[in-house]
Design a protein around this ligand. Structure first.
Ligand code: HXC
Ligand code: NAP
Length: 285
């Protein structure tokens, strides 16, 4: 779908790039000729992922230990990237933490655990990368990975919903502030369910729930990592140069189905549904 040199001359950072969706995006960027930096807390896992991506793509991949909650560590990582890879042109705020909990049972530390990674961590990363882009006169692209419930809210994941909604507000605010002054673009992507060990361990209690979730999605399946990676690669590329301040949902229509008063009728088989509609039409005459 893309030219192999789509992301040539780019240096793209992916937080949480050692696992799951972060890994898949990093690998896709490398396959499209970007230099990629993956950052997370578990250095051993990062190094293993970096080696795998180099082998798969032949691309240049740097792995750096980083806790996004620590601004001094973020600054040190950015300085090292500048020395070793050159100026950063793209950032994906992908690192996150999440768990299911009844909100009345959450402790202050439990609340902070999620807010610190997602809200504060995404801000520290964005601010540090933005400062470097401004210094280096790079008209870069920053994408944050959210979820549809950043817009709708969701029961049992209140700290995550609050944090992701805050990152959306940051995205829209800076799209104007930095877009106007420096030509830096900020966008967000809201994926529905994409199977990863991290998300499934945190959020899917058992296989029965997994099947229920699938039924709630009009396209009746989970997302494929390549579908998300291609969307974010596009947003990182010059082809998306006029997209700024938006949040693109990639969820098979799941979010829409959770609204609309009559959407639940799609759960009936189409033949029976048409019979019901016909009898209602006849009754109305
Ligand atoms: C209630 C919990 C909890 C749980 C931790 N805590 N897990 N409370 N239910 N399941 C509380 C602890 O009791 C403690 O409070 C506080 O949180 C801090 O716990 P730590 O274990 O010290 O936290 P920390 O080491 O910072 O770990 C953060 C984490 C962990 C989020 C809890 O799971 C993590 O690092 N996860 C990263 C990977 C991840 O979660 N990936 C999923 C992303 S999926 P007290 O008061 O007891 O001391 C995703 C999908 C969204 O976001 C959309 C899907 C559609
Ligand atoms: P994942 O594999 O658990 O990814 C989370 C990553 O964040 C891990 O690599 C973790 O690495 C890193 N991380 C956590 N805390 C960190 C910290 N303090 N500093 C640096 N890195 C940290 O789960 P995933 O499913 O791929 O999720 C990736 C993103 O997609 C998240 O933003 C998530 O909210 C979003 N999302 C996922 C889904 C889905 O269905 N999978 C749906 C909607 C949105 P370390 O533990 O090594 O630090």
């Amino acid at each position: 779908m893309f030219e192999q040199k789509l992301l040539e001359n780019q240096v793209i950072l992916v937080t949480g790039g050692g696992t799951g969706l972060g890994r898949s995006m990093a690998a896709r960027f490398a396959s499209l000729s970007a230099k990629v930096v993956i950052l997370a807390r578990n250095l051993e896992r990062l190094e293993q992922t970096a080696a795998e991506i180099r082998k798969e793509t032949g691309g240049e991949v740097l792995s750096l230990e980083l806790d996004v909650r620590r601004p001094e560590m973020v600054d040190a990582a950015l300085a090292r990237v500048l020395r070793e890879m050159g100026p950063v042109t793209g950032l994906v705020n992908n690192a996150a933490g999440n768990f299911l909990a009844a909100t009345e049972d959450l402790s202050p530390r439990g609340f902070d655990a999620i807010i610190d990674i997602v809200l504060r961590g995404s801000f520290f990363m964005t601010q540090a990368v933005g400062r470097q882009m401004i210094d280096q006169r790079i008209r870069g692209s920053i994408v944050s990975i959210l979820t549809p419930y950043a817009m709708t809210g969701s029961a049992f994941v209140v700290p995550s919903a609050m944090a992701k909604a805050g990152v959306l507000a940051m995205t829209r605010s800076l799209a104007v502030e930095w877009g106007t002054a420096y030509g830096i673009r900020l966008n967000a992507v809201a994926p529905g369910p994409f199977p990863t060990d991290g998300a499934w361990n945190a959020l899917v209690p058992d296989g029965a729930v997994e099947e229920e979730v699938k039924k709630r999605i009009p396209l009746r399946r989970f997302g494929e990592h390549k579908e998300l990676a291609d969307l974010v690669a596009y947003l990182m590329s010059p082809s998306a140069g006029y997209i700024n301040g938006d949040c693109i949902t990639i969820d098979g229509g799941g979010w829409q189905k959770s609204g609309g008063d009559f959407n639940h009728l799609t759960d009936l088989d189409r033949g029976s549904l048409k019979k019901i509609f016909a009898s209602m039409k006849a009754r109305a005459k």
